[in-house]
Design a binder for this molecule. Structure first.
Ligand code: HPA
Length: 250
């Protein structure tokens, strides 16, 4: 039995493999077939081959492509700023999210009223594998609430002052992926790499280039974590993610 895992890789994670272009109703998606944790995995670079900014990423196409390839589970990697004093270079596996995005198509159901349940927004099994994978790889890992902003600018200190009461880490790419995955009945969880204290939480500001530099330092560890998580993932799915649409229609 294959585990059928797709990895949506964020900034700074590059994985080699045979290129595969997948057509979707939302456009074509470039992906790579590769091996991670002894499984054949579909790697999808979220930002494409250049660097599509977070607010312009074609999130529906990415998730659709994963499903069309036959993925049952999706692991997503995201960079975040910490609003809770996590160590830079440590990891967070979100348990829930809040979103403050503005312009992103966030459903596959434009004509039909479909309301997927988000009581457990992230797949508990994929989350567990990521936490165990991080422990196995010797990484520092926490769980917490992910706050998604629209970007592409970083936040102002006053915005972070407000967002700190909503969650633990802040990023620009975790939403709407998490919801779109649920609409496709895919298991989905994210591993976030903490690249910086959020705005106003240290004396000097951190530039986008410094954030990317921090990400590059942790890329190898992130890859090890994802590989370990894939090895540890049970073959059979026992969560509810594959029944997300059963009672979602009005
Ligand atoms: N804010 C938003 N997104 C981010 C940050 C941040 O501080 N760091 C990495 N991604």
């Amino acid at each position: 039995m294959e585990k059928k895992i797709a990895v949506i890789g964020g900034t700074g994670i590059e994985i080699e493999g045979e290129a595969l272009f997948i057509d979707t109703p939302y456009g074509s998606v470039m992906s790579r077939l590769t091996k991670l944790g002894d499984e054949e995995v579909l790697f999808i670079p979220r930002h494409g081959e250049g660097h599509i900014p977070p607010h312009r990423v074609n999130y529906r196409a990415l998730l659709w492509a994963a499903k069309a390839w036959g993925a049952l589970r999706v692991i997503s990697t995201n960079t975040v700023g910490t609003m809770s004093w996590h160590q830079v270079g440590s990891f967070v596996v979100p348990a829930d999210f809040v979103e403050f995005t503005k312009s992103r198509p966030s459903t596959f159901f434009e004509e039909e009223a479909v309301h997927v349940d988000l009581t457990n927004p992230y797949c508990p099994e994929v989350r567990r594998s990521l936490i165990e994978g991080a422990n196995d790889a010797g990484a520092l890992v926490a769980t917490g609430i992910y706050v998604c902003t629209e970007g592409p600018h970083l936040e102002s200190p006053a915005t972070i002052g407000m967002l700190r009461s909503f969650g633990d880490v802040v990023g620009m790419t975790g939403y709407p992926e998490v919801v779109l995955a649920r609409e496709l009945e895919l298991c989905y969880a994210s591993i976030c790499i903490v690249t910086n204290p959020a705005a106003g939480m240290r004396r000097d500001a951190m530039s986008a280039a410094e954030i990317t530099g921090e990400m590059a330092k942790s890329a190898r560890l992130l890859r090890d974590i994802v590989g370990a998580a894939i090895s540890m993932m049970p073959e059979e799915r026992r969560c509810q993610c594959d029944r997300a649409l059963t009672e979602a229609r009005l």
